[in-house]
Design a binder for this molecule. Sequence first.
Ligand code: PGA
Length: 252
Amino acid sequence: MRKKIVAGNWKMNMDLAEGLKFAGSIDKYFKEKPSGKALVILCTPFIHLAGASEILKHGKVALGAQNCASEASGAYTGEVSAWMVKSTGAEYVLIGHSERRTFYHEDDKLLNKKTLLAINSGLKVIFCCGEVLNEREAGKHFLIVRRQLEEGLFSLSEEQMDMIVIAYEPVWAIGTGLTATPDQAQEMHKYIRDLVKEKYGNDCAKKLPILYGGSCKPSNATEIFSKPDVDGGLIGGAALKKEDFAAIVEAI
Ligand code: PGA
């Protein structure tokens, strides 16, 4: 059985006090009402990591960052390395989110470098991929996702692939209220799993969690998660409301 995962991506929201209070309330919620089969992960801004790690350490909720540097250490003012993230107690890091690709011009080569650094620091990577609207409209979505995976991820060894979760996030669905239909999600997830199978073999493909992201909410989560190749979700907006986030976890 593949791991089921619901990861919340807080993006650039909440100050330190607000974030730690919210992490505390999520921790308490899942202590009282265990998430069953689903692994719950909170991907917080850097400033929350150390405090949230203390709050979450005796509970069931895992912690991740939303980014890390593309260099290991040194004179890179303003950057936070994968190893620094790991030292907070975080276990995961998002790499290649479309907002990083778009606003900070992170390309496949850079994302590959970040992924390797993160894995070598002992972090598990939630590697994001997905096409923009005009790429889908032009029928290029499979090609784009294939390129993102081949160039960003497929230099990894089979052993390193154990540290990977893939998140398929069609960019046109992120924060827009538009969602991929469950069939569109399934079609792409299956395509991704087949690519992994081609490259790494059936065992690796079978155990790889592939999450859907993009306007996932309580009202559509059950249907999307019911698809055979959808192993959970990467949740943005709805991860900022405890009731919505909990309902999405329950949908698993
Ligand atoms: P959304 O964001 O759920 O707000 O669409 C998802 C994401 O960007 O990870």
